[in-house]
Design a protein around this ligand. Structure first.
Ligand SMILES: [Zn+2]
Length: 78
């Protein structure tokens, strides 16, 4: 089964953290290779995580994932 964009977005922080299964990782990579929208999402998520890491804290701000998901869902509707 091919992943759709919403599935990828739900998994994207786990994907960056490397906590997804190898099978899922491969599926996500296949999707990202063919979907410009999701690779843009991956890039911006990575940038946010780099900023957070620079602050020497690995905890995302409270509500971060929730806000990200809301933003993504809104982008999906447009
Ligand atoms: Zn996509």
């Amino acid at each position: 089964m091919a992943l759709n964009c919403k599935h990828v977005w739900k998994q994207i922080s786990d994907y960056i953290d490397g906590t997804v299964s190898p099978e899922l990782r491969e599926e996500i990579e296949i999707h990202l290779a063919g979907c410009r929208h999701c690779s843009a999402v991956l890039d911006s998520t990575r940038n946010i995580l780099v900023l957070v890491a620079d602050d020497r804290t690995f905890n995302l701000p409270v509500g971060y994932s929730e806000r990200l998901h809301k933003k993504l869902e809104q982008a999906m509707k447009e």
